[in-house]
Design a protein around this ligand. Sequence first.
Ligand SMILES: [Zn+2]
Length: 392
Amino acid sequence: MGLGTGRRMPGADPERWFGASQLAQASALHRSLAQVRTCRALADAAVLVLFLALGLAEHLVRPYPQALWTDRVLVVFVALEAAALPHRLLAGAREQWLLADGVAEGAERTGEPGLGRLVVGPIASAVVRLVLGGLLLLCISAVARATPWWPVVVSVVLAVVSMAAAVLYPFVVAPVVDRVVRVNDPEVLARIGELARRAGLGCPTVLAAVGGPIGDEGAYVAGFGRARRLVIAADVVRGPTADLDVVVAHELGHWKLGHHRRATTAWLAAAAAALAFLALADLLVRTLAAGGDFDRLDPRLLPLWMVLAVGAGAVSHLVLCAVSRSHERDADAFAVGLLGDGRHLAAHLRRVMVQAGSDLAPSRWRALSRDHPPPAERLADLLAPPKEPRDA
Ligand SMILES: [Zn+2]
């Protein structure tokens, strides 16, 4: 069975860590999810190709004069989104159904998904995508019309917006998504403070997430500087202190090694690289169209620009996942150094991964598109000889 990251190490076989029925259940769920996502991506691509091949955009913009470029852009964009809506709704509902049905052994079963998750959720995400996507498209089109330096302008705006979003996340997004509340238990805070002191860090502000399980580890660090918050799943805060220690030690590793800052920088670099790729394509179109009365930003070319943007986004995603996986390995190594050994962290992660329905034995492709290392590889790493904590 492929581990997916090209690294095979002793003890990294999923069969060593998980039972046959756990592996079978996780494989069935994640194979089905991957099939649904692949079908959705192929259907998205088919819509764009059909628009290009049949000249549908040209037909749609005919009633609008050239001067009304915002109307022309929006009419094509809305038509593309409307054409993709049926298969996206079906795929969204199917995904929710699989997730509700396929939660792995040992987890609390969530039961059959209701109308809200099957219908309202996918419709709401389609509306958000339509509004935000339309606004973003109009903004980028306006900048691209105003200056040939549009990739630089858009990169700078993205940098400012993403920094603001990173700072505001614990105060704006986390209360809604994870329903966070401030932890005031003096014993818990003293325990976390002592670990932070040993890691050479100040005592963090701690929030408990009461909205359900969090990712692969049950915790995350959000925000920068004084706005930084350590968010821990409420059941970990209330649970055995040994579990709390290993979760906090891993998150302190992310903090100490500056992973949040590095991940944000990597995201911006990937966005800038994707924009540079689009700028090159823009230059090519301008060169090909030189001399004619051809508008390179003609909305009739929108499907082509969307194909290029989706391709650049997919490559960026794979690079960012590789960066994230290396951060996770380093945070694990830091936690092992801080706690003296990795056995308890391995036992905790193993339990959390099974309960969260994680992809326990991802295929090579699925492992490449995950932001955490394959579970078995991670567990084997944790039981390797302890390493010294590393400074940023
Ligand atoms: Zn982590």
